[in-house]
Design a protein around this ligand. Structure first.
Ligand SMILES: Nc1ncnc2c1ncn2[C@@H]1O[C@H](COP(=O)(O)OP(=O)(O)OP(=O)(O)O)[C@@H](O)[C@H]1O
Ligand SMILES: [Mg+2]
Ligand SMILES: [Zn+2]
Length: 488
């Protein structure tokens, strides 16, 4: 019986035509290969599982291929060199995994051998994977080689974290950024693989896998790999869901409803149900995050700032939870405690969050002081010191702010819409000082005092200008593609 080969290895791109997405990088590399203008060092950066290592091997293979027509960059995959590269035994392709021992020995070795001629083909190609993990001495040693590279050497540094690569090294490399794959690209690749493997996958199940993979082709292929041996017969949506430990989104939606409506007990019961149906906690948290984000976007497009603010607090907590869940010894308790806390907190201003509640104009903004129930603010000492630390332009945005501290929330009240908006735009500068003052968990709530002037404050000119939308775009690394007016 042939040894089982995981799908993601079996379906590694062996030609440029087979490398999905990454069109700009692929075209530029092919141009360099056919014109013979290959750089001495490349930096392939970008999201994980998007083809960096595959492209680096393709480059190595094409450079040493003896069966390649002059006018094509595609390796023949038949000559001795190609066959050896595919088998992982080519002497002229040296792969260094910087993550394993931070590259110290390898880079030393590299410096000793880099001047030796290649064994078989014209080029010696070094692929340094996870290059951001190299230690400083390793980077320095590498830099010396990059300064005077022997003519027959090509370096390809691959990394998911280009920011950790020293600028001196980046400066010597030609950089290509590898993009996350779209759901369509993933679905089309999975369809191709499923067909070749003769397995049937329902389109809905395919879409679920594509969504779960979050832009990583490797993760998508890996998920399919998990499903194939387990499924007897066609892979259905429900089958995929339970095998992958993904909760039914309708259950998650109702869980989120309970949390936002302040119904802690119901939320915990619902969580229990989701859990007992086999959903994995991390997938639950991720599902809740997605639901929360969708609602946040909807509230932003209908300019419902109070709801948006509340949802962004919940989303923040979920993002934090997502990071904690995998480290925590008692992840289930952690999820329960967090959801219960969020529900209890929401209980205090639940009406703001319920569907079908009156439009925001009819309510106070986030419970701003109204009528007789003005809370006397907690005196705040320390705020002036924070202001002192800001530079002049930034400080100007906060001079109008009246601070209140409410648990781990710093509430900043503004009288003018202009300052309210400016202050939120500058919050990245403010935040470190507020954290140093009130602790790492602190949140800032920017509120506008409601009076006649504030009510007539014009809406932001376009949704993209809205500081909240900008924040969301930043956080999800996205862009606004469509604006839909939702009737209030
Ligand atoms: N662009 C792509 N086209 C087709 N398959 C891909 C692509 N990117 C990744 N894959 C699939 O994922 C597997 C792993 O890809 P690869 O090792 O090239 O990713 P990577 O970007 O180097 O990931 P990492 O950042 O984790 O090192 C491949 O063997 C292939 O099955
Ligand atoms: Mg890689
Ligand atoms: Zn070849």
């Amino acid at each position: 019986m042939p040894e089982y080969q995981s799908l993601y290895r079996k379906y590694r791109s062996q030609t440029f035509a087979d490398l999905v997405g990454q069109d700009a990088s692929s075209r530029a590399l092919q141009g360099a290969i056919t014109s013979g203008r290959v750089a001495h060092a490349y930096l392939f950066s970008g999201s994980r599982g998007t083809g960096k290592t595959s492209a680096a091997r393709l480059l190595a293979k094409a450079l040493n291929c003896t069966g390649r027509p002059r006018d094509s960059a595609e390796p023949c995959n038949k000559c001795q060199s190609c066959v050896e590269v595919i088998a992982g035994s080519a002497l002229d392709l040296i792969e260094i995994d910087a993550a394993s021992n931070r590259g110290i020995d390898e880079i030393r070795d590299l410096r000793e051998k880099v001047n030796l001629s290649p064994a078989l083909g014209p080029y010696k190609v070094y692929i340094i994977d996870e290059a951001h993990m190299l230690t400083e001495p390793a980077f320095n040693a590498l830099l010396k080689t990059l300064e005077e590279p022997p003519a027959h050497v090509v370096f390809v540094l691959c990394t998911t974290d280009a920011q950790k690569i020293p600028l001196t090294v980046i400066g010597r490399c030609q950089q290509f950024v590898f993009r996350r794959h779209s759901e369509e690209q993933i679905i089309s690749r999975l369809t191709h693989i499923a067909k070749s493997e003769k397995v049937q996958v329902e389109p809905e199940a395919m879409r679920l896998i594509a969504r779960t993979a979050q832009g990583s082709m490797r993760d998508a292929v890996g998920l399919l790999d998990q499903l194939v041996p387990l499924a007897s017969g066609p892979i259905s949506l429900d089958g995929a869901r339970s095998l992958l430990g993904i909760a039914d989104p309708r259950l998650l939606d109702s869980l989120l409803d309970h949390v936002l409506a302040g119904q802690a007990a119901e939320a915990l019961t619902e969580l229990n149900r989701v859990y007992s149906e086999g959903a994995e906690l991390r997938q639950v948290v991720r599902g809740l995050m997605e639901g929360c984000r969708d609602r946040l976007v909807a509230s932003l497009t209908r300019h419902d700032q109070p709801t948006a603010r509340r949802l962004s607090t919940v989303l923040d907590a979920l993002l934090h939870l997502d990071g904690e869940v995998r480290r925590h010894a008692e992840p289930r308790l952690l999820v329960e405690a967090t959801l219960a806390r969020l529900a209890v907190e929401a209980g205090t201003d639940a009406p703001v969050l319920q569907e079908g509640s009156p439009p925001p104009e009819a309510r106070s903004a986030s419970g701003s002081p109204q009528g007789g129930e003005v809370k006397s603010p907690v005196p705040v000492s320390g705020w002036n010191e924070v202001l002192e630390k800001l530079n002049r332009t930034v400080r100007a945005a906060y001079l109008d702010a009246q601070p209140e501290v409410d648990g781990s929330v710093l509430v900043l009240w503004f009288r003018y819409g202009f300052h309210h908006k400016k202050a939120q735009e500058q919050s990245a500068q403010l935040m470190p000082h507020v954290r140093a003052w009130l602790g790492d968990d602190v949140k800032i709530d920017f509120r506008l005092r409601e009076n006649d002037a504030a009510k007539s404050t014009p809406r932001p000119a376009s949704p993209e200008d809205d500081p909240f939308v900008r924040e969301i775009v930043r956080r999800f690394d996205g862009r606004v593609t469509r604006v839909k007016e939702v009737s209030e």
